[in-house]
Design a protein. Structure first.
Length: 289
């Protein structure tokens, strides 16, 4: 099942790794990139690998690793350190196109075989909008291959790359360029048939703002959200879980179509329900917990 909550945890902090493991996050992203200072990276790789080995049971919580960008000269070292310990997947930052997923896949295949793991077993989530050029290649991910599990977008690095003073307007909404990046990421994920995951909400003390943004993301079609603090987990889990009324309605939609095999349209409560509603009902039932 696709995680609702993806919590970043610095790879160089035993304390924060333990706190993340104790949280209700569906997935932890052990970070070797932005939250780790360069001198601490060797330590972070060692701690990340040990944490992965110590938490081999992933039935409750998936464990992913964000490596450094392919252009950094650090990514292969990151992968070589953590891949033998069996992460559920790799989060790739600052990707430019699907070609980066193919390159990463080649690295993963070699490391999986060397570690005695199944070739192709490590999935990939791409942070797909962190550079200006990446906005023009989002459609390419439809051909990224079977390792691709999801696309997410980044507003902070993109703002820095564009020279923007802020990525938000007064009142908290995103500036147009960042709304565009978000929408294109959502469409690219749908075109590729993978999970669209919303970006971080940086003010972890603002629970109301987080809930508002998470609800908007779910309405738009995102299935989960990146998080930077354990206190954000419960809000996001609740928001991205269908409530009983949604589940009940979805079950009625499926029942109505099952009772009318071959029908393209059925009536429920005086409203006409057709194929798009059926697809949405199936998504809701797949997302229930």
């Amino acid at each position: 099942m696709t995680p609702r909550s993806w919590l970043f945890v610095p790879g160089d902090s035993d304390r924060k790794l333990a706190k993340g493991a104790a949280s209700a996050a569906d997935a932890l992203i052990i970070d070797l990139e932005d939250s780790v200072a360069a001198p601490n990276l060797p330590t972070a790789r060692t701690l990340a690998a040990a944490f992965l080995r110590d938490h081999a049971d992933r039935t409750r919580q998936q464990l992913w690793v964000r490596v450094n960008a392919l252009t950094s000269g650090l990514a292969l070292h990151d992968l070589a350190a953590v891949l033998p310990a069996g992460p559920d997947g790799i989060v790739l930052p600052k990707a430019e196109s699907a070609a980066d997923v193919v390159t990463l896949g080649n690295y993963l295949s070699a490391l999986e075989v060397a570690a005695g793991r199944a070739d192709g077993g490590t999935r990939v989530v791409v942070v797909a909008t962190e550079t200006p050029g990446a906005l023009f290649t989002l459609g390419s991910y439809a051909s990224a291959g079977p390792r691709l599990a999801g696309l997410t977008w980044g507003a902070e690095d993109l703002a820095a790359a564009l020279g923007a003073a802020s990525n938000r307007v007064e009142g908290g909404g995103y500036e147009f360029t960042f709304q565009l990046a978000r929408s294109l990421c959502l469409a690219a994920a749908a075109a590729a048939g993978v999970a669209p995951i919303d970006t971080v909400f940086t003010d972890f003390r603002d629970t109301v703002g987080l809930e508002r943004e998470a609800r908007a993301a779910r309405r738009a079609g995102f299935v989960g959200k990146l998080l930077i603090h354990p206190d954000q987990v419960d809000t996001v889990n609740i928001t991205f879980t269908p409530d009983p009324a949604e589940v009940a309605h979805a079950e009625r939609v499926l029942a109505a179509f099952a009772a009318n095999p071959g029908a393209g349209v059925v009536a429920i409560d005086g409203k006409m329900i057709d194929m798009p509603h059926l697809k949405q009902a199936r998504r809701i039932l797949q997302a229930r917990r």
